[in-house]
Design a protein around this ligand. Structure first.
Ligand code: HEC
Ligand code: HEC
Ligand code: HEC
Ligand code: HEC
Ligand code: HEC
Ligand code: HEC
Ligand code: HEC
Ligand code: HEC
Length: 402
């Protein structure tokens, strides 16, 4: 008798716990945040909104404006060029504006990238026909431009809150909620909680907020293995559940030079994690302000005048690289271009629109030996074009042995 009633108490407790757990799950499900859009955030965070509007994140996907002060079309469609096989009338959306601009055509509710690209600095048309991306190299998608859907191959990294069911984003461009997560609950609660502030995450999860788009990789095997972006990931989560990072292979590859340096654009994550600065706890937004600044690429301080790097590496700082004069370290006159930290430690080694216009983010000094061995561009010969890598190697060795 006693045993039986004890058992029934245990059973009722278990049942009760199960019911409570279910209720809790339903509550969480009901309270799931959804995307509200940057215009909603603007009403309470005007300054952040205006700052963000100045960044390229807010302008990745633009509508076609052909003329006037708000003109968005950069390509010159009046040029006759064999690569230019379409007209501006075919174009329904523009992608990019700094290094290169690509042109999307809308067909049955999906966008496709037309087969020519405008290189902004060079002012030239080149063919656009991806061959080396993993999904092209492995023939996962056919070669025809109109068989390569923008929603699957690109858009998760160029917009906010992509929905794979509809193939459409909650908002065009990389907006507030791409980095802060969906904000409906935050707004309902008048700004109390329910929003991700990357600085409050642990360092690795904070870095992942940017890595999700700036870390070359591919999805794990499964339902979304034919997508080229991290389907399902939300800020604050562990990106590694959604994305397999590309790693340098010790030999030259599409993404990296043999030494692990950037051979193309958007590998900032893959290269930065090789730096001591990452291991010491720094992040992309230690140097870049996502809500803009007055410096190029939204750097928090100028890279050109060295003030960014000297914040931490200046003569009296914790990680000083010289005692009284910068020339001790750089072996160039203080006011020489050869004394700019970023020219030697963030040199242009990768291809964005052309070879080489994308900067490396390992921050290591790339030895001219890497040029001799693997063809990697090095900082010295990027400026001293009339000299050989052997000359540069010899000179650096003499400096270091001094
Ligand atoms: C109704 C006004 C309101 C709206 C709309 C609003 N916020 Fe806020 N938000 C606030 C207030 C107030 C705070 C400060 C709360 C505090 O100090 O605890 C805040 C704080 C934040 C923080 C910092 C949170 C932290 O933990 O440090 C972030 C990030 C943020 N908001 C982002 C957003 C984004 C993104 C949106 C749009 C999806 C948005 N907010 C919309 C009022 C608002
Ligand atoms: C590219 C990613 C990114 C985008 C886009 C972005 N933010 Fe942020 N935001 C961050 C990061 C990283 C931080 C923390 C570091 C910092 O303050 O710069 C932050 C911090 C904040 C904070 C908290 C500041 C504080 O003092 O604690 C607010 C509020 C905020 N963002 C609002 C917005 C709003 C509103 C938008 C859109 C108009 C927006 N952010 C767009 C990445 C982003
Ligand atoms: C995994 C994320 C991701 C995917 C997938 C992706 N992009 Fe991007 N894209 C980025 C990032 C991040 C940048 C900026 C990086 C840089 O400058 O190094 C960028 C830059 C660009 C630019 C240059 C923008 C400028 O202003 O110069 C163009 C054009 C572009 N992407 C087109 C595409 C197309 C077309 C696809 C699909 C075939 C695609 N991207 C797929 C993340 C992605
Ligand atoms: C949803 C994808 C996405 C996320 C998340 C993202 N970025 Fe970007 N980022 C891009 C794309 C795409 C571009 C290219 C924009 C263009 O050129 O129009 C870009 C460009 C940039 C640029 C260059 C802008 C310029 O003026 O040249 C910087 C710097 C940058 N991102 C830093 C960050 C940082 C820091 C974070 C994290 C706080 C971050 N990004 C998060 C996709 C993303
Ligand atoms: C120690 C400072 C520092 C850190 C950390 C840093 N960057 Fe940069 N970043 C720079 C500098 C300096 C430039 C070059 C600015 C210029 O062109 O003058 C740059 C340029 C860029 C560009 C423009 C593209 C190019 O090839 O020039 C992008 C995009 C970018 N960074 C994204 C990131 C992302 C994403 C992270 C984190 C993975 C990151 N950065 C971490 C300093 C930093
Ligand atoms: C917020 C502080 C901070 C800023 C800003 C900063 N650094 Fe660093 N840097 C560090 C720390 C911390 C370390 C690691 C400890 C050490 O080696 O002294 C480091 C290490 C380095 C190293 C050693 C090699 C490696 O593996 O990374 C180089 C090179 C370097 N920084 C270059 C730069 C350049 C170039 C800039 C400007 C674009 C810069 N740093 C901006 C803090 C900073
Ligand atoms: C003319 C090229 C050049 C310039 C400009 C330059 N560096 Fe260096 N830097 C080097 C070389 C070469 C090394 C040594 C690399 C090695 O030992 O493999 C180095 C090493 C370093 C290290 C690593 C030191 C260590 O002991 O690990 C840091 C940190 C660093 N530089 C920061 C800076 C900062 C900050 C600036 C700007 C004030 C700067 N560098 C400007 C060429 C340069
Ligand atoms: C951003 C451009 C730039 C970079 C990077 C650079 N230099 Fe220079 N270098 C110059 C300029 C400009 C001069 C002319 C004199 C001056 O301003 O100091 C110069 C002068 C020199 C000189 C003395 C004059 C000569 O031409 O014989 C040597 C030697 C030299 N650099 C070696 C190097 C080495 C080795 C590296 C790589 C570690 C390097 N430089 C990186 C721009 C650069």
């Amino acid at each position: 008798m006693i045993i039986k009633s004890k058992l029934s108490i245990v059973i009722s407790v278990i049942v009760l716990v199960l019911i409570l757990l279910q209720l809790k799950a339903a509550e969480v499900e009901k309270g799931k945040a959804t995307y509200v859009g940057s215009e909603t955030c603007k009403s309470c965070h005007q300054k952040y909104y205006e700052g963000w509007k100045k960044t390229l994140h807010s302008r990745m996907e633009q509508q076609v404006i052909k003329e006037g002060p708000d003109k968005t079309v950069l390509g010159d469609f009046s040029i006759t060029n064999p690569n230019l096989t379409f007209t501006l009338n075919d174009v329904n959306m523009l992608v990019g504006s700094r290094f290169k601009q690509r042109y999307a055509k809308s067909i049955d509710g999906e966008y496709y990238l037309l087969p020519a690209q405008w290189n902004v600095q060079q002012k030239e048309w080149v063919q656009y026909k991806p061959k080396k991306d993993w999904w092209a190299a492995a023939a996962i998608y056919p070669e025809d431009w109109d068989k390569r859907p923008y929603s699957k191959l690109c858009r998760g990294c160029h917009s906010t809150g992509m929905d794979v069911k509809t193939g459409k984003p909650a908002e065009q461009n990389i907006a507030c909620e791409a980095c802060h997560g969906p904000g409906s609950l935050h707004v309902e609660q008048g700004g109390k909680g329910h929003i991700v502030n990357p600085v409050k995450l642990n360092r690795e999860n904070a870095a992942m907020v940017c890595f999700r788009c700036h870390m070359s990789g591919r999805p794990p095997k499964g339902d979304f293995e034919k997508y080229a972006w991290a389907v399902g990931y939300k800020p604050g989560e562990d990106l590694k559940q959604y994305w397999v990072y590309d790693k340098p292979k010790g030999e030259n590859s599409y993404e990296f030079w043999a030494g692990g340096y950037a051979a193309k654009n958007r590998v900032q994550g893959n290269t930065f994690i090789q730096s001591k600065m990452y291991r010491e706890g720094m992040n992309c937004f230690t140097c870049h302000d996502p809500h803009s600044s007055r410096h190029i690429t939204s750097l928090i301080k100028s890279g050109d005048t060295n003030s960014l790097c000297l914040l931490c590496h200046g003569e009296n700082s914790h990680h000083a690289v010289y005692k009284s004069s910068i020339s001790e370290h750089t072996h160039h006159k203080a006011d020489s271009a050869g004394s700019r930290c970023i020219e030697c430690h963030t040199p242009k080694t990768g291809m964005n629109a052309v070879k080489w216009d994308a900067r490396d983010h390992t921050f290591k000094f790339i030895s001219p030996m890497e040029t001799i061995k693997a063809g990697t561009p090095n900082a010295c010969n990027n400026c001293h074009k009339d000299q050989t890598p052997e000359w540069a190697q010899k000179t650096v060795t003499e400096w270091l042995l001094k």
